[in-house]
Ligand binder design. Sequence first.
Ligand code: F6P
Length: 370
Amino acid sequence: MNTEAKGKKVRTLGVLTGGGDCPGLNAVIRAIVLTAEREGVRVQGIRNAFSGLIHKQFTELDSSKVDHLLQYGGTMLGSSNRDNPFQSMMTIDGERRAVDVSETVIKNFHEAGLDGLIAIGGDGTLIITHKLTQMGLPAVCVPKTIDNDLMATDVTFGFDTAVGIATEAIDRIRTTAESHGRLMVVEVMGRNAGWIALFSGLAGGADVILIPEIPFSLEAIVSEIRSDRSTGKNFSIIVVAEGTLQKDGEVVVKRTVDDPTEPRRLGGIGNVLGQLLEEETGLEARATVLGHIQRGGTPSTYDRNLSTRFGVHAARSAIDGNFGHLVALQKGLIELVPLAEAAQGQRLVSLDSDFIRVARAVGISFGDEA
Ligand code: F6P
């Protein structure tokens, strides 16, 4: 969908990063600014996701501020995964309430002299930005999330880095597992999709991989562990995605936050599972929760280059006045997918995916076969 900015010369772009931070965000910002500068277009950084548009927090960006950022994780603009302008939490008469401040966002956007917005984020950011474009705000989105669960793109930046970190962690945990003959449970991120667990578990030679898409039974895992023991193997590595459902169909919630869109922050299935397996098998178990280590630090080569491609294409699209899209990677090419389409659904691991088949072929259990 093109917006009212179509046909109008774009002189200033705003850029924001929304949702959890992710390796490669700074590389996207850098690519946008360097591309825009060469075209004579100014870039205003918007601080702390949509909060910066609610509270008018801007910072002028130029090449001198971004050129060194390629290899730095995090986001120089700050981010937030709980500042939805359609449900902004405020204290009114001593009571916390969700208030729709989207009109303020649109007003502040125009008052800041912005001609287009580039919003870099995951599913939450896509949905918010799509709604704002329906109110006339000209915007382009860039897909970000270590979870790799956005429907419209074959891959998001940040995923490759997270998988690399998780794989290295599994390699390191393996030496302790072997030395002590233990059950080692490694909990990785992945709220709704098990991509990180699947890719790192396969690369790290896990014995069991548990993902939200495949319900598991404790008996099946125990039987896998016992069969390994009967062949003389003295340890087992179990990789579990944080969003994997327990027997009762519930996820393990670490905390709840003041966020009406998604208050649950996950974490803890690794410890729950480690304890259950210890009780069932009588073998010593340990759980390691990788948590935010997967989101931090320097982006991989793949993510730096994907981020740079996304940033350049997003900037070009916006400079041309072509708004209402997500820049996406499809079959190796960068394509523009309408936001109405891109903001729908989640890309989950397909049960007949080749990765699942290959993993089963080399003896990895998904906890679904007794
Ligand atoms: O969506 C990315 C993600 O890293 C999820 O895998 C995880 O559940 C969530 O963010 C954690 O968010 P927070 O940083 O608020 O704990």
